[in-house]
Design a protein around this ligand. Structure first.
Ligand SMILES: Cc1cc2nc3c(=O)[nH]c(=O)nc-3n(C[C@H](O)[C@H](O)[C@H](O)COP(=O)(O)OP(=O)(O)OC[C@H]3O[C@@H](n4cnc5c(N)ncnc54)[C@H](O)[C@@H]3O)c2cc1C
Length: 353
């Protein structure tokens, strides 16, 4: 296998899509931006969408509304669509960092006792090498890392990541996102589809969220084309339900995979490493309509795994994995030793389906 996946920077994707919208054959598409969707309301025949643009309010009627307003979807709340929620007690710290040597197109993911860290190759800028850093940090440590000065930040990063990618000499603006699993209880209603993070926001450990959303989009387009061919209304619940049924298994697998991989981290290092390797192998070899592992976690060219340090285990105590209401228990046989095989079978992963 030449690579587990490839990195595509998001702004390139955006640019390509915008350029496509400017082609003559896309003239029927009205591109309204910037604009905010203030309200979506089911009407007697069509969906009513209220838009706000530059302080001006306008209304649109639509046979079908695809709602993709992100994981914190306010529109989802306003429509009363419930969701399952599970926190990972972690934040992702995102920043661009400059190593002192070229990255050679290699992406790294390091599985540490606090969670994974990813370093993704980006294009050089102003003569400086650039990588995208995604650093998983426990909630209680994020404020300190966000506020520490750049020099101290780089020092801590170096300590945590090691020197495989060189010495870190610069860091850009830092951003932090709380990590959680969100799954909408309803993803289709007559005239409405909930898509992307608004439907399912997952832990970024396996870099699957955006890819899952794109697969959903393609599946939806296929179902709508077929509906149009059969002269069925686009907002017909049967059509939309068929789309959702088609995607359900992919969503289950992708969410389960990300969540399970994440939960391998509280276990000691040897189990964790093999668990992760096993997970990726299963993912790749699994027979299914290939929703391709899009990129090595976070989209990377080559995935290399290494661990920084082992987790200091305390006692023979029971530990609970971090699944919130879906509990399971891990028992360490002896301090510092790995799980028994049985206890690796954590059933805490999926919300009710
Ligand atoms: C640290 C991190 C790394 C990740 N890496 C990867 C990766 O490598 N590969 C991968 O596949 N996925 C990755 N993901 C997941 C990926 O970022 C998300 O799955 C993806 O952004 C979801 O896209 P979305 O359009 O559904 O939501 P969002 O990206 O959240 O976009 C929602 C948009 O809707 C807009 N909006 C909100 N409300 C309104 C409104 N009322 N009216 C109009 N617009 C509105 C918002 O401004 C926003 O622009 C990562 C996530 C994180 C946190």
């Amino acid at each position: 296998m030449p690579a587990l996946g490839y990195v595509v920077e998001n702004h390139w994707l955006g640019q390509v899509l915008l350029e496509r919208l400017q082609q003559p054959d896309a003239a029927r598409i009205d591109y309204l931006c910037p604009a905010e969707v203030a309200e979506i309301r089911p009407g007697s025949e069509r969906m009513a969408v209220t838009l706000s643009r530059d302080g001006r309010v306008s209304h649109i009627g639509a046979d079908l509304v695809v709602m993709a307003d992100g994981g914190r979807s306010e529109l989802r709340e306003r429509l009363g669509i419930g969701y399952h929620y599970q926190t990972y007690d972690q934040h992702a710290l995102i920043a661009n960092v400059s190593p002192d040597r070229p990255h050679r197109g290699i992406a790294w993911e390091r599985f540490t006792d606090q969670g994974p860290m990813a370093l993704l190759p980006l294009g050089d800028q102003q003569g400086r090498h650039r990588c995208g850093l995604v650093w998983t940090v426990p909630d209680e440590a994020i404020d300190a890392l966000m506020t520490v000065d750049d020099a101290r930040f780089l020092q801590q990063l170096q300590q945590r990541f090691g020197y495989r990618a060189g010495r870190f000499v610069g860091v850009g603006e830092r951003h932090a996102y709380p990590l959680k699993l969100v799954l909408a209880e309803e993803q289709v209603r007559p005239g409405l589809v909930v898509l992307g993070n608004a439907a399912h926001a997952l832990h970024p450990i396996a870099g699957q969220g955006y890819n899952l959303a794109l697969r959903g989009l393609v599946a939806l387009a296929d179902h709508l084309i077929e509906a149009r061919r059969r002269t069925r209304p686009l907002g017909d619940l049967g059509v939309l339900q068929a789309y959702h049924d088609w995607m359900r298994r992919d969503q289950q697998r992708t969410i389960g995979f990300s969540d399970r991989t994440m939960k391998l981290f509280p276990v000691p290092i040897r189990c964790r490493r093999w668990g992760v390797i096993w997970g990726f192998s299963c993912w790749i070899s699994a027979p299914r309509p290939k929703p391709s592992l899009p990129a090595a976690p976070w989209g990377s060219t080559v995935l290399r795994r290494s661990c920084v340090q082992d987790r200091p285990e305390t006692s023979n105590a029971r530990k609970e994995c971090r699944s919130g209401r879906f509990r399971c228990r891990h028992r360490w046989r002896r301090p510092g030793r790995h799980h028994s095989r049985r206890n690796l079978e954590c059933r805490s992963l999926m919300p009710t389906w």
